[in-house]
Design a protein around this ligand. Structure first.
Ligand SMILES: CC(C)(COP(=O)(O)OP(=O)(O)OC[C@H]1O[C@@H](n2cnc3c(N)ncnc32)[C@H](O)[C@@H]1OP(=O)(O)O)[C@@H](O)C(=O)NCCC(=O)NCCS
Length: 288
């Protein structure tokens, strides 16, 4: 039987059972396997993929919907991957067109690598910002940041969700409510008995990824990062909005180095909702 053309292979929904195939696809493109992250995204979000008749996946991507369950008001797209052996045959474009049309009028956002950007531009996405990915061992020292932090307690979840919605601009309960299980650390910054910021650190390969990082101001963001770094031996990784120049300079002074730049792109809106001044880092560039 002749092998069907890749253009004719159906797009199907992925489930957490596809986790290993998704990680294999990451590896195929030279990305880390990131199974912990894939599991979160395939559980809290919706995966789409194309099966390879020869085994494994031809392509995959994940969307995460925010806002009211039945009527999301923002959708983040991430983990857009096409197996190397099927590259440059229009698969990425077909998968993205499928998502864009399935989402109808709902605004879309994504973080694009330099490889993905031309494809998204062709589909009508516009660059609205940039973020810098940094990685490295965090060296304590210098003046200590001054805002008090503590481990989040179960009863903080309501306040964290309220703060997150105010700053992110839409409700992302399905993702944030998973943070206590997904992350190694979840900490809040406090001013008296008021929560003025929060941050998680979650395990990814050999690093702890700091995100989300939401804080009243740069000093609070620094305090949260320093308190997370204090409690792990692993190098940190994070993705900071480049408008936060002071925080970027500070993490570099403390030993993190720039590893990549991503473009923040949107479709159907010109700016992301919420308050960027208090939004320092996403949970992951794959979900916003
Ligand atoms: C980016 C990616 C998903 C594109 O998938 P693909 O199926 O190869 O892309 P398509 O064949 O549909 O091409 C769509 C357009 O993307 C651009 N493009 C794709 N691969 C490219 C490459 N290697 N160099 C330059 N442009 C490229 C081109 O503009 C192309 O249109 P054209 O062929 O008409 O010129 C794929 O290369 C990939 O998985 N890369 C690694 C992971 C990654 O960076 N993902 C993006 C995350 S934001």
């Amino acid at each position: 039987m002749p092998t069907p053309s890749v253009a004719a292979l159906p797009i199907r929904r992925l489930t957490p059972r596809d986790l290993t195939a998704c990680a294999d696809l990451s590896e195929d493109r030279g990305w880390p396997r990131e199974e912990h992250k894939w599991r979160l995204l395939l559980t809290a979000g919706k995966g789409y993929g194309i099966d390879d008749p020869g085994g494994g996946l031809v392509a995959a991507c994940v969307i995460t919907e925010y806002g009211p369950g039945e009527r999301p008001d923002l959708v983040a797209i991430g983990m857009v991957l096409v197996a190397e052996r099927h590259a440059r045959q229009g698969v990425g474009r077909r998968l993205m067109r499928h998502i864009v049309s399935a989402m109808g009028a709902t605004p879309l956002t994504l973080y694009a690598t330099p490889y993905g950007r031309p494809l998204y531009e062709q589909l009508g996405f516009k660059t609205t910002g940039r973020s810098e990915m940094l990685k490295g061992p965090f060296a304590p020292g210098g003046p200590e940041p001054r805002v008090a932090t503590r481990a989040a307690a179960a009863e903080d979840l309501g306040s964290i969700l309220r703060l997150d919605e105010e700053v992110f601009g839409t409700d992302r309960t399905p993702l944030i409510a998973r943070l206590p299980a997904f992350s190694d650390q979840l900490r809040v910054a406090v001013d008296g008995d008021r929560i003025v910021g929060y941050a998680a650190a979650w395990p990814n390969m050999d690093t702890q990824v700091v995100g989300p990082l939401i804080a009243r101001d740069t000093e609070t963001a620094k305090s949260l990062i320093a308190s997370l770094a204090d409690r792990t031996d692993r190098p940190l990784r994070t993705d900071i909005d480049i408008r936060h120049e002071e925080l970027l300079a500070w993490v570099k002074e403390r030993g993190l180095t720039s590893v990549a730049m991503n473009s923040v792109m949107t479709y159907g809106i010109t700016e992301l909702p919420g308050d960027w001044t208090r939004r320092f880092a996403p949970l992951t560039v794959a979900a916003g």
